[in-house]
Design a protein around this ligand. Structure first.
Ligand code: MG
Length: 338
């Protein structure tokens, strides 16, 4: 019988992280450990209250899951289906279990996760580095400090968004992606996105409210910059609904419930001709590394959660001039920082 343990961990952001709907100083995450004979698998949940989860709900879920994991980590599909029957939703809690099981399977087979998935680590993506919301002057300063990263993801959703992008563009020639986190109305979005066109923006993420699919279509029909859905696209079931309304989707392990579900989303998105991005919450190198193993399959990566905290308890994927360098140790390839 596999045994599961969980412990809460509060990650501290290096600088307070502001997006259109609020500011964050710490991220209350949960580390999960699954023991299977001589192998130990590690997973991490980064619960987001926006999606109905907290540290407490994750710990309660893990208690429900204990005793229901069976004794064969290779039966991943059965195990995850069982957890879905025990409790609906709670994707971050399930993602932690799923990545710990993949970690064990990789360790038993003595191969890294990318190899288990048939992926070429040389094709791992470049990650963006995220600039939280601030005044235009301060965001330009943050862009200068981030000059080692060739791709910047810029949070917007204020009254001075064009000034923010202009200030950053004045000091940086990086690729710029913009994320409004649902902060605009459709009318504002069309006006702002068209005003951003001269600043060479790669794409705009979640311009408007998550439920407003018709609004997304209206925006897409009236701007030239690609539109990526994040809050509007949570699970695989959302993809057929959103297809035709946006150009691509942002998949996160913490929204969809883990590596297995993320793989399904990638392939379903491709079948709908959508661009695919893998993103993250504020996560340590543990969950970030799990997601990084999938990036040979995607167009864009935003896997910088571990770069935004000052007390990362793990080592795993590294970032060299923005390129994700996958560890080749068995399983996730993540180790406790000594
Ligand atoms: Mg986003």
């Amino acid at each position: 019988m596999m045994h599961i343990d969980a412990k809460p961990i509060d990650l501290t952001l290096t600088v307070p992280f502001r997006i259109s709907r609020g500011v964050q100083h710490t991220s209350p995450n949960v580390i999960v450990q699954i023991n299977n004979n001589e192998h130990i698998g590690y997973g991490e949940a980064a619960p987001d209250e926006y999606y109905g989860e907290t540290q407490e709900t994750v710990l309660a879920c893990v208690a429900l899951f204990a005793g229901n994991l069976g004794n064969d980590p290779f039966t991943l599909e059965d195990i995850m289906e069982r957890l879905d029957k025990i409790i609906r939703l709670n994707p971050a809690a399930k993602a932690a279990v799923d990545m710990a099981l993949y970690d064990i399977v990789g360790k038993i087979l003595n191969i890294p996760l990318y190899k288990l998935l048939g992926l070429n680590p040389a094709h791992a993506a470049h990650t963006s580095f995220t600039l939280g919301l601030d005044t235009p002057v301060n965001m330009a300063k943050k862009a200068l400090l981030a000059r080692d990263y060739p791709i910047l993801k810029v949070k917007v959703g204020t009254r001075h968004d064009i000034d923010i992008i202009k200030a950053i563009r004045d000091v940086s020639s990086a690729i710029i992606r913009v994320d409004a986190n649902a902060g605009w109305t459709p009318k504002e979005a069309i006006k702002n996105i068209n005003a951003l066109a001269p600043y060479n923006i790669e794409f705009v993420e979640q311009p408007i409210a998550a439920h407003d699919l018709a609004g997304l279509k209206l925006i897409r029909d009236n701007v030239s910059i690609p539109i990526i859905a994040d809050e509007s696209c949570v699970t695989v079931e959302d993809i057929p609904r959103i297809s035709g309304h946006v150009d691509g989707i942002n998949i996160k392990l913490m929204k969809c419930g883990g590596i297995g579900h993320a793989l399904k989303m990638i392939h379903v998105a491709r079948a709908h001709n959508l661009l695919v991005m893998i993103g993250c919450m504020i996560e340590s190198s543990l969950a970030i590394t799990a997601a990084a193993h999938l990036t040979p399959l995607v167009d864009y990566a935003d896997l910088d959660g571990h770069l935004l905290i000052n007390d990362d308890p793990y080592t795993g994927v590294t970032v060299e001039k923005g390129k994700l360098v996958l560890p080749d140790a068995p399983g996730l390839g993540v180790k406790a920082r000594s």
